[in-house]
Each structure stands twice: as C-alpha cells, then as structure tokens.
Design a protein around this ligand. Structure first.
Ligand SMILES: Cc1ncc(C[n+]2csc(CCOP(=O)(O)OP(=O)(O)O)c2C)c(N)n1
Ligand SMILES: [Mg+2]
Length: 365
C-alpha cells in the first residue's frame, strides 16, 4: 500500500479565535480524556466515511441519493453522545452522521450505500434509510418533516410504557415549514411528551436559503405551543452537549417537550448530484471551513486542554481512513439481494403469511 501523506488541515488562525468556554458545563466537565477523544474520533470517522462514500459514488459504485453531512458532525455527535438506555433518535435523509454517532459499524453502512444484502437495511434502503432498532435509531426518512410525527410517537411510547427517556427528532431548517411538524408540536405540547425537536439549521433547504423561505426565528415557533426552546452553535461539540443536556433532562425528568435550533453548515451540495454554485458563493463555504469547521474547532480545544497531541490526531485520521477503506472493500465484496429478497421486509403480513389477518392484495403483479 502506498503511504498517504497527511491531509489533516492545520487549525487556521480563525478556528482558534476565542469562543465561549463550554468545557466547564457539568456535562462536559464530567468527561474523561478518553471520552473526549472518543467524541473527536467519532467526528473524524463520520467525515472519512463520507469522503470515501463520495469517491465510491463518483466511481459509480453507489446509485440514488447521497446527502453528505460534512460540516455538521458536531451536531449528531454532541446530541447522540448524551443518549441513555431509553433515549431514541430519528432523523431525515442526511442520516450518516447520526448512524455513526449512535454506534453503527461502518461496514453495514457502506454496504447499504452499495445496495448490498449485508447493508443495515439489507441493501433496500440506501443512503436515506439507515436503521438500527438495537441502538434506538429509527431512520433515515426521505419525506421532509415526515420523521417528526414518528419521533413524537417514540416519545408517546416512552411515556405510555412509563420509561424515563427522551426522543430526539432531528429535522432541517426547511422542514419547520411542513404542516406535519406543527401537528406534532401541538400534540407533543398537549400531551407533555418527552421529545426534543432538534432543528439542524444549515442555512439552506436544497438551493433555497432560510432568508428566502422562512419567516422569523425558527425555534421560536415553539412558543406558539407553550414549549420551551433554545438555540446554540453547532460548530462546537461542547456547546451542543451543554445545550442539549438541559432539554433532554427536561424531557426525561419532567416529560416536557422542547425545540432546539442548532446553527450549522454543510460544505457539500444538497446531495452529490446537485450543482452547488448557483445559490451560494465559494467564499461563503470557504469562510465556514476556515473559521468554524467542527473538527478543527475541537482540535484546538483539545490541544489546549492537553488531551490531544499532533501524533494522536494523525493516528485517528489514519485509522478512520483505513476503516472507511475497509468498509468500501467489504461493500464491494458483498452480494446484491436476490430477486426473491425484493418483496421481503416490506409487509409483515407477506413475511408471516400464516399469521396474516388482513385481506386484499399486498403487491401489484
Ligand atoms: C414533503 C417533501 N417535499 C419536498 C421534498 C424534496 N426535498 C428533499 S430535501 C429538501 C430540502 C430540505 O431542507 P432542510 O429541511 O433544510 O434539510 P437539509 O437538506 O438542509 O438537511 C426538499 C425540498 C421532499 N423530500 N419531501
Ligand atoms: Mg437545511
């Protein structure tokens, strides 16, 4: 194997600029050095996985959609790192970061992108439909805002079953304009459900900026439903954790819903097939990369804390690259689903014909 030169971007002047210090928030002060490195490693693994998947897409190994999360890693990692046994996560189609942050392995994730039977959804879901019920991860949904009523249902189940947990229902800034989101807000508030609605505000819904599509403060709409709400910067994983801890505790301890808007940015196009230069400038993207990249920001913080060294940083990136390459090899070597597999896992009734009680036709001929 050829030796790769390091591609770690050295922290630039602006990434090191003074920021509010969230390291002392109780939820961060309680972290061990190893746990802090784990947060950093998970962000790096997400990025390396996605960079590798982009190369596979460009090599025509992956079909369909591929919505990259690059630039937003601190949001999923910060939120999911707070999960307890009874906490649940549901999100939209930009789901790779959340899947890795809840602990899913890279092999079945990459295989899913390749449409292989070894994928986490047996190759039938693709990029937008990662699932892992064993890790309380409920997808991966393609209909904008469609996951929000489902996430509210996860919270309803927790309350119904008397479990002390919270559901985190993630959505983009574009999704807050969907009617279903408001129906979900209403029921969550009316029934005091333990859900945190997380708006990942990356500034754009496809090619439409927030300024061109949405009136007012997005999180503030929660006020109309008497729900508490908050906002935070999603470029600093410590800040995400400090903010989300408050609202998750409210959900778990008092069964109160809330809305949290997390400011973020995506560096890539809406999906890899979309042109990216028609609605924002290269300078804008570059400015975010230079000043707010979540991985670089955390590198600066952990280096100042004496937790991260240059050598360890290098090793984490090298290992993550190798892990992503291994996942691509695994996906390549895996078989496709067979024709017989196509109609499996679609309807419970079709997979359990002897127990079926419903009438009618399940599939078209
Ligand atoms: C109901 C519905 N309308 C339109 C679309 C097409 N569509 C896919 S993604 C998207 C933009 C959503 O933007 P946002 O919620 O900000 O999420 P982001 O892509 O930024 O993560 C649109 C309009 C869809 N998938 N579902
Ligand atoms: Mg958006």
């Amino acid at each position: 194997m050829t030796k790769k030169t390091s591609t770690i971007a050295k922290p630039k002047a602006d990434a090191t600029a003074a920021r509010p210090d969230f390291s002392r928030a109780p939820v961060n002060a309680a972290l061990t050095p190893a746990q802090k490195i784990d947060l950093y490693r998970t962000m790096v693994r997400i990025r390396r996985f996605e960079e590798r998947s982009l190369r596979a897409y460009q090599a025509k190994k992956i079909g369909g959609f591929l919505h990259l999360y690059i630039g937003q890693e601190a949001v999923a990692v910060g939120c999911c790192s707070l999960m307890g046994k009874h906490d649940h996560v549901i999100t939209a189609y930009r789901d790779h970061g959340h899947a890795i942050a809840v602990g899913m392995e890279l092999n079945p994730l990459m295989a899913e992108l390749y449409g292989k039977i070894t994928g986490c959804s047996k190759g039938k879901g693709g990029s937008m439909h990662y699932f892992d019920p064993t890790r309380n991860f409920w997808g991966g949904h393609g209909i904008v805002g469609g996951q929000i009523p489902l996430g509210t249902g996860l919270a309803y189940a927790l309350k119904y079953q008397g479990k002390k947990g919270a559901a985190m229902a993630f959505m983009g800034d574009g999704a807050v304009n969907q009617g279903a989101v408001h129906e979900a807000y209403n029921l969550a508030a009316l029934w005091n459900l333990p859900v945190v609605f997380v708006i990942e505000n990356n500034g754009y819904s496809m090619g439409t900026s927030q300024a061109r599509s949405s009136a007012g403060e997005l999180a503030k709409r929660a006020e109309g439903y008497d729900m508490p709400w908050g906002q935070c910067n999603g470029h600093d994983v410590y800040e995400v954790r400090a903010c989300m801890d408050k609202y998750l505790t409210l959900a778990r301890e008092e069964s109160r819903p809330s809305t949290v808007e997390i400011d973020s940015y995506r560096y890539r196009g809406h999906s890899v097939a979309d042109p990216d230069n028609t609605y924002r400038s290269k300078a804008e993207v570059e400015e975010y990369r230079r000043t707010k990249d979540p991985i670089q920001v955390f590198e600066v913080i952990l280096t100042a804390e004496g937790v991260l060294t240059e050598a360890l940083m290098e090793k984490i990136h090298t290992d993550a690259r190798a892990e992503a390459d291994t996942a691509a090899d695994f996906a390549e070597a895996s078989p496709y689903p067979t024709v017989e597999d196509i109609q499996k896992d679609v309807y419970w009734e079709a997979d359990h014909p002897t127990e079926r009680k419903s009438q009618g036709r399940l599939f078209f001929d």
